[in-house]
Write a protein that binds this ligand. Sequence first.
Ligand code: ADP
Ligand code: ZN
Ligand code: MG
Length: 494
Amino acid sequence: MPKSVPDEASVTPEILAKYEPVIGLEVHVQLLTKTKIFCGCSTRFGDPPNSNVCPVCLGLPGTLPVLNKRAVEMAMRAAVALNCTVHQRSRFARKNYFYPDLPKGYQISQYELPVATGGWLDIEVAGATERIGITRLHLEEDAAKNLHEGFSQSATKAYIDYNRCGTPLVEIVSEPDIRSSEEAHAYLTALRQIMLYTGVSDCNMEEGSLRCDANVSVRRRGSGKFGTKVEVKNLNSFRFLQKALEYEIERHIGVLESGGRLAQETRLWHQAEGRTVGMRSKEKAHDYRYFPEPDLLPVDVSPAWRDEVRRQLPELPEARRARFVASYGITPYDAGVLTATKALADYFEAVVKAGALGKAAANWMQTELLRRLNDSGKEIDASPVSAKSLAELIELVESGKITAAVGKKVFSTMVESGRSAADIVSAEGLGAQVSDSAIEAAAREVISKNPDNVAKYKSGNEGVFKFFVGQVMRATRGQANPQSVNEVLRKLLS
Ligand code: ADP
Ligand code: ZN
Ligand code: MG
C-alpha cells in the first residue's frame, strides 16, 4: 500500500533539495457585476439566505438563461490585463454533475472555446522576475453555498443558500510554471492586485470572491518529466495556500523516498490539523460529459469591442511601479509599497501633484501615514489627512519653516483634529523661530564642549558632523531650522 503520511523525520533538507516542486493554480474570481450572469438577480453578498433567487438561477424547468454583457466585458478586461488572447468566438458548455448546490444538475461553464487563452503574469520572488504562463480564462456561473452545522454524525445539518448560485465567475488556470510555495503566494498576490486594479472583483477571500485550488507535484531536479499531481482544495487564505503546498511537497517527497507511488487525487486542506486529507480520486474530464450549451448562442466579440476594453484598461501595477521609479526618483521598494493598491498609488500621486517631491511624499506616507492607518485599521480612502494637506505639511518642513521633528508632531495633530498644518503651526507657535544668532551661540557652546569630536571632524571624519547637528537641535529644543544649523556649523567648524 502506498504511504500517505509524510515521514517527517526522513525528509531532511538534503532530501528536499533533490526534488523540484511543480505547481499550477486554478483561481476563481467572482466578477463585480450588479446582477447574476444569466438572470437579473442581485449578486449582493450578505443578504438573507435565498432572497436573491428566481426561476432561472434556481434551475426551474422551462426557464432560459440570458447572458449578462457586463460579465463578458469584465472577463475580457481581466484577460487583457493578463496578456491573454481574447477570442472572437467563445462558447458556453454544460459541465454535468450532481450536487445539491447545483440545482440544474449541470454548471454552465466554458470548455473547448474559453473567452481567452495564452497569457502570462510576471512575479517577483527574491529579487528575480519569473514569468508564469496563463493557460486559459473562462466564464462560468458560481454554485450555491452549502452551510454545515455540527460535524458529529448524529447532529449534522446542511443548509443551502442559493443567493450565490449564478454569480459570474472567471476561472484563471495557470501553466505548471510555479516552482515553490513562495512563488505560488507571489502569483496569487500579483493576480489579486491586477483584479483589484482593473475593478473586475473585490477579491475578498473571506466572502469567497477569490478562491484558489492548487495542483502540485514534485520531480527529481533535472528531470524533464512531471510527477503525479494532486489537487488541493479549500485554500481560503494566502497563508493556507502556502502551508498546504509546503505540506504536500514534503508529503510527496516522503512517499517517493520510501519507494511509494502517489495517487492522482483531490485533497482538502485541514487548517486545524495542519495537513491535507484525501477527498476523492480525481475525476477525468469526460466524467463531466461536457457538451455545448444549447440554450445560449456562442459569444461573439468584435475587434472593436475588444479594442474598447483594452483602451479602458487602467495602468496596471507593474507599469505603475516602473513609472513611479522613473518619474519620481523613488526606490523600487518604495514604489512596490505605494502601488500595493490603486487607491494608495492615487493618493501618492495626488500628494506629488499638490507640490511635494516624490521622495519626501514617499517617506512621509510610509513612516507616518501608513503607520497611522495601520494602527487604526483604516484604508487610505478613509485617511484623516488628505493628500493636499499632507503636501502642505511636507512643504512646511522642506522649506525649513518647521523642523522635521515638529513636522511629525504637527502630523499627529492633523490626524487627531483634521486641522491644516499651517493652522496648527501658527496657532501653537511651532514655526522654526530660533534666530540665527541663537543657533550660532548654541553651536559655539557645543563645539567648545566637544574638542575630541572637533578634532575628529577636522581629520576628515564626516560622520561626526551629524553629532554636532543633533546637539545643536537638542539645545534649541528641535525648533531651529535644520538647514540653518547645518550652515552655521559648517562655517564654525571650517
Ligand atoms: P486536469 O485535467 O486534471 O484539470 P489540467 O491539465 O487541466 O488538469 O491542469 C489543471 C492545473 O494543474 C493547471 O493549473 C496546470 O498547470 C496544473 N498541472 C498540470 N499538470 C501538473 C503537474 N504535473 N504538477 C503540478 N501541476 C500540474
Ligand atoms: Zn435569478
Ligand atoms: Mg482542468
